[in-house]
Design a protein around this ligand. Structure first.
Ligand SMILES: Cc1cc2nc3c(=O)[nH]c(=O)nc-3n(C[C@H](O)[C@H](O)[C@H](O)COP(=O)(O)OP(=O)(O)OC[C@H]3O[C@@H](n4cnc5c(N)ncnc54)[C@H](O)[C@@H]3O)c2cc1C
Length: 467
């Protein structure tokens, strides 16, 4: 019989958790969570992580397991625990953030050389990121062929939930408590997130069920309209692994068939993002398209601050940025609009936007975030071409026609009629007067003139093309 460590990371669940499942099958188990400060994690996701860990601890307890919590260098901590508890094997589900993947591979090799039985699994994606490749063995850079190719593979069925863990006993004082990880902010600004999210595996499964029952049928038609709130909002649960992508995939395939395809397609974007970051790890910071290496960004500080605070004077941008600040989440269409606005209207480097998202999103995910930002900036794989610059006003008119999303997040514009809410500074004086809004006092003047900013961006792009 084996005595195993299962190294718990972004897989805080009992269902379809290959590392935990196989460790539990093999014998006694010491589940270990190590908070490594070198691994980048933003403030909003730390809040989510704290509660997700709390709930995972309880779930594990009910199956008989006890979570050992530590903080620091994973290699050192694992080596110490291996000796202390006479561990013979170790199991973990792989993570693919470039620095983490390389670090884990080195840890695995060293432990293997010491004679430990080392087992790693796919627990994050539908398929490992190296499985879906072109016929010539090259990775895909374009989504649709990747999507078609993935569909030709068989996605493994999800594993059953772990019901029973035979625990390795350890002294309580050897493990840290969850509070010792200091994941919660000192000043409490988390009210909006508390209202919106329940960070637990049970809540993730319930949310998915409710999505399948009520929203999936209108997903294709309405998913681009932020006020409709028909997308699944499962991303924070996927990000920290409270929900298995494979189990979601198979439930949708079984229960929804063709109606589920638009949702499966989005789920496959996630696998595509991981394929990109695995094969092109440099894109975490560098443009995928070399042309953009010499792009002249402006990075103007006050404009960046206005964007972050949701005070740009463009209501749809401000609504998105305030939704993000309050709840740790932003609708996908609005992420595209605020991203285009930052990189093209304000000419601020996409990496600045990505860092802000990393810090404020509860669903922050290196692969998805980098792909999303490179896409909006026009520098990524299969990106929106640079010259396709979103007009924030017409996007707003199209995707928030009644202004309901804007009114929710920018309440000072509540009294504006739908016709003018997308561009309040352009509204006639009598409309503003009737709405009781003074531009520059109640709501900011636009930080740029979109038409002029668009031309400036196109000129910079021309310079890059010439050089
Ligand atoms: C600039 C920018 C930054 C982004 N940063 C992140 C990020 O840090 N973390 C993150 O999870 N997503 C990110 N996205 C992708 C997308 O916006 C979110 O995944 C989506 O809004 C989550 O909402 P949902 O769960 O309701 O999605 P649904 O529409 O219900 O989709 C289901 C799941 O599919 C996956 N998915 C959907 N769309 C995408 C996509 N475009 N790319 C990759 N996966 C997708 C997500 O895991 C999502 O939970 C970013 C997009 C942009 C444009």
């Amino acid at each position: 019989m084996m005595t195993s460590i299962v190294w718990i990371r972004k897989d805080l669940r009992l269902h379809d958790n290959p590392g935990l499942y196989h460790a539990a099958e093999a014998g006694k188990v010491l589940p270990v969570y190590i908070f490594d400060e070198d691994e980048k994690i933003g403030a909003a996701q730390k809040w989510f992580l704290h509660h997700a860990l709390e709930s995972f601890q309880k779930r594990l307890d009910s199956a008989g397991g006890k979570l050992f919590i530590a903080k620091g260098n994973p290699e050192k901590i694992l080596n110490h625990l291996i000796k202390e508890y006479e561990i013979t094997s170790i199991h973990w589900n792989r993570q693919y953030e470039p620095s983490v993947f390389n670090r884990d591979r080195e840890i695995g090799e060293a432990l293997h050389d010491q004679g430990l039985d080392v087992n790693t699994y796919e627990g994050r994606l539908l398929l490992p990121p190296w499985d879906v490749k072109k016929k010539d063995g090259e990775p895909y850079k374009v989504f649709t062929p990747f999507y078609k190719a993935l569909q030709k593979h068989e996605v493994p069925q999800a594993l059953p939930s772990v019901k029973k863990v035979d625990p390795v006993s350890f002294k309580k004082k050897d493990s840290l408590s969850l509070d010792d990880l200091e994941l919660l902010p000192e000043i409490d600004w988390t009210g909006g997130m508390e209202k919106r999210w329940t960070p637990s595996e049970e809540a993730a499964v319930r949310r998915f069920q409710a999505f399948m029952d009520k929203k999936l049928k209108v997903y294709k038609k309405e998913r681009d309209f932020p006020a409709a709130e028909v997308s699944s909002a499962l991303s924070p649960y996927f990000a920290l692994g409270l929900l298995s992508a494979r189990s979601v995939y198979h439930s949708i395939k079984k229960n929804a068939e063709a109606a589920g395809e638009p949702f499966i397609r989005q789920l496959v974007w996630r696998d595509f993002a991981y394929s990109l970051i695995t094969h092109f790890p440099e894109t975490e910071t560098d443009p995928m398209n070399d042309q953009f290496k010499d792009f002249k960004w402006m990075n103007e500080k006050n404009q960046f601050a206005a964007w972050k605070k949701g005070k740009t004077g463009f209501p749809i941008v401000d609504a998105g940025m305030r939704e993000l600040w309050s709840t740790g989440y932003m609708h996908n269409r609005v992420r595209m609009i605020v991203g285009s606005f930052l990189t093209k209207d304000l000419l601020i480097h996409w990496r600045e936007g990505a860092d802000w998202f990393d810090d404020t999103l509860v669903d922050a995910d290196v692969a998805n975030n980098v792909m999303g930002w490179q896409w909006v900036a026009g520098s990524g794989a299969d990106a929106s071409p640079f010259f396709r610059i979103f007009n924030p006003t017409t996007q707003s008119e199209k995707f928030d026609p009644d202004g309901d999303y804007i009114k929710k997040w920018v309440p000072e514009l509540k009294t504006m009629p739908a016709k003018h809410i997308h561009d309040p500074s352009g509204a006639p004086d009598d409309v503003l007067e009737e709405a009781g809004i003074v531009i520059g006092e109640d709501y900011p003047e636009p930080v740029v003139d979109h038409k002029a900013a668009r031309q400036r961006a196109l000129d910079r792009y021309d310079d890059v093309k010439k050089s």
